[in-house]
Ligand binder design. Structure first.
Ligand code: FES
Length: 81
């Protein structure tokens, strides 16, 4: 079965993704951190299964989404927190 590819926005970067990719994977492809810690450190996905909360980002205006648990959809906009 063919996988559909499309563009989503991660911060200001456009990334080509497929329907079987998580938003966390798209953020890594874009080279963007998911969030910035209170000490100013860029944070990225760690567990990949919804437990560590390191992959939180704003997805289509919804804050604190665990991006490893959200699949990419066309037109999506993701912003680092
Ligand atoms: S990578 Fe751990 S909750 Fe998403």
């Amino acid at each position: 079965m063919a996988t559909e590819s499309f563009i989503i926005k991660v911060n200001r970067t456009e990334v080509r993704v497929t329907t079987d990719m998580s938003v966390a994977a798209a953020m890594m492809m874009a080279g963007e951190p998911c969030r910035i810690s209170v000490r100013g450190e860029p944070r990225a996905p760690m567990c990949g299964m919804g437990i560590c909360m390191e992959c939180r980002a704003t997805v289509d205006g919804r804050k604190h989404q665990r991006t490893c648990q959200v699949m990419c959809v066309p037109g999506m906009e993701v912003v680092t927190e």
